[in-house]
Design a protein around this ligand. Structure first.
Ligand SMILES: C[S@@+](CC[C@H](N)C(=O)[O-])C[C@H]1O[C@@H](n2cnc3c(N)ncnc32)[C@H](O)[C@@H]1O
Length: 246
């Protein structure tokens, strides 16, 4: 990646706080089957890295479990604490997790691992996890095999140069063991307003110039008027790997 590309990635990664309200309204939860696949039942200390407004965090509590969130954006942390006032949320990143060595049973990262620098985030995840601990990575992806969703994606790519996300999963490597993958198909009931919020809270839309942003939102609005969808079909893509013994 060139320096200019790294700078643009950082600009987008840091943009979420400006649209934290829209994020909370427009982004989907994670299906319980995916959460169960990602987090071992016996995990006592579970960390949600890049927790945002806590969309995944709210599915993590279990009896006897300590759940901690780590999130670099002050705006997102503020929204998080409004929704989940009883869950600890720390200022930190995947490259610098503010937790002691070998203190975590499961570290999950939803819709955020593509923002980290894997050269620093992989050793950092390994540092905080206990031996045999689990790293779980997950993305909710819109199911573009459905025609109106494919059209929505075309508009986003036309207007906003939506990045092709490198999920950086292949770069886990040692000291993590084999990476397993599982996909879950489901759909989330959504109003047209919520779909608009989902679009407005994407980093590459937040960072657009106002005129281009208005044009994009206008085209999405027209599509929703014409198709009147009631839900958003998703494929939830999950990966997990365990830390080998040190
Ligand atoms: C698309 S949001 C996902 C939020 C939440 N996990 C969810 O599933 O809704 C991406 C989040 O990653 C955070 N983020 C950006 N760079 C990060 C980094 N280097 N380490 C950890 N989190 C980061 C952003 O502030 C933002 O809250």
């Amino acid at each position: 990646m060139t320096t200019a590309e790294e700078h643009e990635k950082y600009r987008q990664a840091s943009s979420f706080g400006a649209a934290a309200d829209a994020y909370e309204r427009g982004r989907p939860p994670y299906p319980p089957e995916a959460v169960a696949w990602l987090v071992p039942e016996h995990a006592r200390t579970v960390v949600d890295l890049g927790a945002g407004t806590g969309k995944l965090t709210r599915a993590l509590p279990a009896p006897g479990r300590d759940v901690v969130a780590v999130e670099p954006s002050a705006g997102m942390r503020e929204q998080f604490s409004r929704v989940l006032p009883d869950v600890r949320v720390l200022d930190g990143t995947g490259e610098a997790i503010p937790l002691p060595d070998a203190s975590v049973d499961a570290l999950v990262c939803a819709q955020a691992w593509h923002w980290v620098d894997p050269r620093r985030a992989v050793p950092e995840a390994a540092r905080v996890l206990r031996s045999g601990g689990r790293l779980g990575l997950v993305w909710n992806l819109r199911d573009v095999s459905v025609p109106w969703v494919a059209e929505l994606d075309r508009i986003l790519r036309d207007c906003a140069a939506a990045p092709t996300e490198d999920r950086q999963v292949g770069r886990l490597g040692t000291p993590f063991g084999a990476i397993e993958r599982q996909d879950f198909r489901w759909s989330h009931p959504m109003t047209a307003e919520e779909v608009m919020d989902m679009v407005a809270s994407r980093s590459y839309v937040i960072t657009l110039e106002p005129a281009a942003r208005a044009e994009l939102l206008g085209r999405v609005h027209a599509l929703l008027d014409a198709t009147r969808p009631r839900d958003m079909p998703y494929v939830t893509e999950c990966y997990r790997a365990e830390l080998g013994s040190r």
